[in-house]
Design a protein around this ligand. Structure first.
Ligand SMILES: [Zn+2]
Length: 403
């Protein structure tokens, strides 16, 4: 099992790469450390996996950490793990070395998969791989994750903040996902961790039907070649904004399709500001979804009282902000975006894609901009160049009438 780990790590990472090893303990706490010596990392991972009864899962960051960020984080002690370490965030990642596709059988929460569920995940992987081969993609490394399957494509070490990759995941899930298997759409961000091959998957109790299994590499490609970003970009642009039908995301039958897309965008917004917004929970009341914030971004702390005092809301009509503190009564979602842009130092980069020549899509994008940004249609100017992929910046320019 050590051999699975060490071969995998040395195959996908190179000299000078800093990789985080992250161990989830059964009590929910984390021990982690950053490694430049991949052999040492494999040794430590195996030791933990076999000798720590409190270890639940062993993960690694699929992309290396920027050396400058690693030294800035400060608690960096090379090649060992400890508790209360600050784990890797998206902005700490230097470049893309891996793109992960995670084929996950849909099953009850907190248990391992049955053999049948795993088979369905593998069948889905084969369909996606055939499709991507036809698109000219290189061959992935295929890993049996214990409960499902992972495909790793080699990144071309481009900038990690590609907003196209999450689009690709959504497209693949919408097209190839089913009631039994999903292509996980939540694994697209740069600082993503994944189960380290060679370590055990110990979800829930091990039963004859749903046993704990070891994750291992089942296939290395004959030629391990990088996936150039152009292919990702093309697939993302072709995917358009709205996947039609299928997919495992489910959604709300009583909500129009557009509202589902707004929710998707809202989640991207949460991901973008994950360092500034701590979503403590969500609940639904009279058709409005509430995402409760642990702290009020305007106050810079939690208001006294119950959780749910400060919320981002999503209704069929709009995205909103509500805070029951008197000081915050007048603040809107637009104000919140400005505060987040100030404290994080970056404006929201939610991306909108449009199929070339698709006027309907332009209409929908403008409708989305209205919902998400709260601008009225007469504040928007007409779009005269639909033959390109639009970014959020484009939409903002359109809204301001500069396009
Ligand atoms: Zn407040």
């Amino acid at each position: 099992m050590f051999v699975h780990t060490v071969c995998f790590l040395t195959e996908v990472f190179g000299p000078g790469d800093i990789v985080e090893l992250r161990v989830m303990l059964k009590d929910g706490s984390i021990v982690a450390g950053r490694f430049t010596d991949l052999r040492k990392m494999a040794v430590v991972a195996q030791e933990i996996d076999t000798e720590w009864p409190e270890a639940a899962a062993v993960y690694f960051t699929i992309n290396p950490i920027d050396p400058v960020a690693a030294s800035r984080i400060g608690d960096f002690k090379a090649n060992s793990v400890r508790s209360r370490v600050r784990t890797t965030r998206d902005r700490d990642v230097a470049q893309r070395t891996l793109y992960l596709l995670d084929f996950d059988p849909i099953r009850p929460a907190g248990v391992c998969a049955t053999q049948g569920e795993k088979k369905a995940a593998y069948a889905c992987l084969l369909r996606v791989r055939d499709y991507l081969r036809r698109e000219g993609w290189p061959e992935p490394i295929v890993v049996d994750s214990g409960n499902g399957y992972h495909c790793y494509f080699q990144g071309d070490r481009c900038s990690p903040a590609s907003p196209e990759w999450p689009r690709v995941l959504k497209y693949l899930d919408a097209t190839f996902g089913s009631a039994t298997v999903k292509v996980d759409t939540a694994v697209g961000n740069p600082a993503r961790v994944s189960r380290l091959p060679g370590t055990m998957n110990r979800k829930g109790a091990s039963t004859p039907d749903r046993p704990h299994r070891r994750s291992m590499v089942v296939e290395y490609p004959a030629q391990w070649a990088p996936l150039d970003h152009g292919k990702i970009y093309r697939l993302a642009s072709r995917a358009g904004l709205i996947p039609t039908g299928g997919g495992s995301t489910g959604g709300h039958a009583d909500m129009p399709e557009l509202a589902e897309n707004v929710e998707e965008l809202l989640h991207e917004f949460f991901d973008e500001y994950q360092d500034n917004l701590d979503i403590a929970g969500e609940f639904e009341r009279e058709g409005v979804k509430y995402f409760a914030l642990r702290e009020c971004p305007f106050a810079g702390r939690a208001h006294s009282g119950n959780l749910g005092k400060t919320c981002i809301t999503l209704s069929e009509r709009s995205v909103g902000f509500s805070c029951f503190s008197d000081d915050c009564a007048d603040h809107t979602f637009q104000d919140l975006r400005h505060v987040l842009a100030d404290v994080s130092g970056h404006a929201s980069a939610i991306e909108f894609y449009v199929r070339p020549g698709d006027d309907e899509m332009i209409e929908e994008i403008l409708a989305l901009a209205e919902k998400v940004w709260g601008v009225t249609p007469d504040e928007m100017c007409p779009v005269d160049d639909p033959s390109r992929v639009l970014s959020a910046a484009d939409v903002k320019r359109m809204i301001r009438g500069e396009a």
